[in-house]
Design a protein around this ligand. Structure first.
Ligand SMILES: NC(=O)c1ccc[n+]([C@@H]2O[C@H](COP(=O)([O-])OP(=O)(O)OC[C@H]3O[C@@H](n4cnc5c(N)ncnc54)[C@H](O)[C@@H]3O)[C@@H](O)[C@H]2O)c1
Ligand SMILES: [Zn+2]
Length: 436
């Protein structure tokens, strides 16, 4: 005799019979809202800067906030007094910094193997961090991904505060809802969706980037502009040489605008945790991820995305989705900003004689699940999803990339100004005139 369930079912239970039932389903359903602030500031660890401290709120249960801080070793090299300043920042009532800031290797190696993840997980355990404690990570997208992954695993999620320190991390990697590690020879094979507790973009960090990582994040800005916002693309075009000349005020506008577009996409795109087959923000990424893996992850993500977008623009133009003039404007913008659109790995062939990069399409499909879905630009500012990519067109695209003129050297002085360009919120760009 079956025992009758007393719970309230949200659909009528199947009629009770004495015969064996083959199905019995209680349809579970709930929604969880996520909210987190993304701050833009300078000098986040100045004692007088209230932004970071204000994120924590009053102590919970009368106990000081338990905090551990991880710093990208590349950042620490560029800012030798940073660890001391961070420790001094948290030396105030209500905070319990459990250990001096810990330096961890930055760059893609942070995502290779389990050493970073294991180190963070072990220390969180040793220092008795609970689910209401805080992990603060200061670094590039790689360390944010790896340490963020560890924070997401411990107790099924310790609060994570990200302080991204590269252009790419501030305008893309650090503001989103994902973390990841490279495994199984594939980019981001392992990872979780785990929104941060808060993000602080401190523009001062950008001043010590090397040229590669200064321009690398422009790729992600171009990506989101080309598929979502023609006005942003016009801004990028107009200011490309300023970026290349390391104009920080121009870069601040780029970062803010791009980060906002990413946040808007996550909030309004109806698929923040990417359960569908499409990844609209991954324009240019099927090739980027393949090239990164083929290079043994020595090719930077931003550099790879620039090449991936250039090739996909060729494919889009060949399919009549982009005018060739639009394709050329995108390519020229990237080059004027300092991005290189060629890599020898593009020509590597498999034993069967086809381009090795073509395997990236299969890997991309497998990673997404479902059928192959590639986002291509449809004019500048709009996108379209396609489900087939013609290998012959891609092969011709590689030849076309090879014939592009080389990226020009950086201009020595800032180029003409972009004063008056609109950025999110409808306000005028705060970029001062060159030489002002
Ligand atoms: N989780 C996401 O949603 C997401 C999105 C986009 C990219 N990513 C990932 O981000 C990673 C790339 O991140 P990245 O471009 O920020 O580079 P990175 O984190 O690999 O850092 C590059 C180098 O710059 C150094 N560095 C960082 N900040 C510095 C600073 N302020 N001054 C001097 N040196 C500094 C680092 O030590 C490292 O050597 C890739 O692994 C990519 O897959 C993640
Ligand atoms: Zn990317």
């Amino acid at each position: 005799m079956p025992v009758k369930c007393q719970a309230k079912h949200n659909r009528p239970p199947a009629a009770a019979t004495t015969t064996t039932r083959t199905t019995d389903c209680y349809q579970q359903s709930f929604a969880v809202p996520f909210t987190y602030p993304v701050h833009f500031t300078h000098g986040a660890f100045r004692k007088t800067n209230p932004v970071l401290a204000s994120i924590f709120g009053p102590p919970e249960n009368g106990r000081a906030h338990r905090v551990l801080v991880y710093v990208d070793s590349g950042v620490a090299r560029a800012w030798p007094r940073l660890a001391t300043r961070i420790a001094a920042y948290f030396d105030r009532p209500g905070f319990d910094l459990r250990a001096p800031p810990v330096l961890l290797p930055g760059g893609e190696s942070a995502k290779e193997g389990w050493h970073t993840v294991q180190h963070v997980m072990t220390q969180l355990g040793e220092q008795h961090l609970c689910r209401h404690s805080y992990v603060v990570v200061v670094g590039g997208g790689s360390l944010l991904d790896a340490a963020g992954f560890a924070a997401a695993l411990v107790h099924r999620g310790v609060r994570l505060i990200r302080l991204p320190t590269t252009v790419l991390a501030q305008n893309d990697a650090g503001v989103g809802v994902k973390n990841g590690m490279n495994e199984h020879g594939q980019k981001n094979f392992v990872g979780t969706f785990a929104p941060p507790f808060a993000v602080i973009n401190d523009f001062d960090f950008l001043t010590t980037l090397d040229d590669t990582h200064w321009v690398g994040g422009i790729s992600e800005a171009c990506k989101v502009a080309v598929i979502r916002d023609a006005e942003f693309f016009a801004f990028l075009e107009e200011n490309a040489t300023r970026f290349h000349a390391r104009d920080l005020s121009a870069m601040e506008v780029l970062v803010r605008w791009c980060a906002t577009l990413h946040l808007d996409h996550i909030r309004t795109g109806n698929d923040p945790f990417e359960q569908g087959a499409a990844r609209p923000l991954d324009f240019g990424h099927w090739l980027a991820h393949k090239l990164e893996a083929m290079s043994g992850f020595t090719l930077d993500h931003g550099a790879a995305v620039a090449i991936g977008m250039a090739l996909d623009c060729y494919v889009a133009a060949a399919a009549g989705l982009l005018r060739t003039t639009e394709r050329d404007r995108i390519v020229q913008m990237l080059q004027r900003a300092g991005l290189v659109l060629w890599h020898e790995l593009l020509t590597v062939r498999t034993r069967g004689g086809r381009l090795a990069i073509l395997d990236g399409l299969d890997e991309f499909r497998e990673h997404l699940g479902g059928r192959l879905t590639i986002t291509l630009p449809h004019g500048i500012g709009q996108r379209v999803e396609v489900h087939t990519m013609n290998p012959a067109t891609i092969t011709r695209g590689v030849t076309w990339l090879q014939t592009l003129p080389p990226t020009p050297p950086a201009p020595s002085a800032p180029a003409p100004c972009c004063r008056g360009v609109r950025h999110p919120g409808g306000r005028r760009s705060p970029i001062p005139a060159a030489g002002a």
